[in-house]
Design a binder for this molecule. Structure first.
Ligand code: SF4
Length: 113
């Protein structure tokens, strides 16, 4: 069973219901099509703690990130972590950190319309 976490942008949480991510996961669509042939469960839907927050200056965020390695096998970064075609720099650094923790990182969740 592949344990899947989704990690999103804090700003998106102001208007986003998460339905795009959940629909894509439930239908094994877009970036979740890779789980069509293997069992997968969604174990986390987390958001960053806002611009300027980092695991070095935000203990809560550090704990949240650390917890991912115990609960998930793979972390998908939400479509909201890319703005105008450019990935948020924090997310880029987080991807490197998560991979260093032994987690698989996938950049994307649902298709962006
Ligand atoms: S640091 Fe990046 S992912 Fe987090 S709120 Fe800011 S733009 Fe969004």
């Amino acid at each position: 069973m592949k344990r899947v976490a989704i990690f999103n942008c804090h700003h998106a949480g102001e208007t986003c219901t998460g339905s795009g991510c959940f629909k894509a996961f439930n239908q094994r669509d877009a970036f979740f099509a890779r789980y069509q042939e293997e069992p997968a469960e969604l174990v986390s839907f987390a958001r960053c703690n806002g611009c300027g927050h980092d695991w070095e200056n935000d203990e809560s965020l550090a704990k949240k990130i650390d917890r991912l390695k115990d609960i998930a096998d793979v972390v998908h970064f939400g479509a909201c972590t890319v703005k105008k075609g450019t990935e948020c720099q924090f997310i880029t650094r987080l991807g490197t950190k998560l991979e260093g923790m032994g987690l698989e990182v996938v950049r994307g969740t649902h298709a962006v319309h």
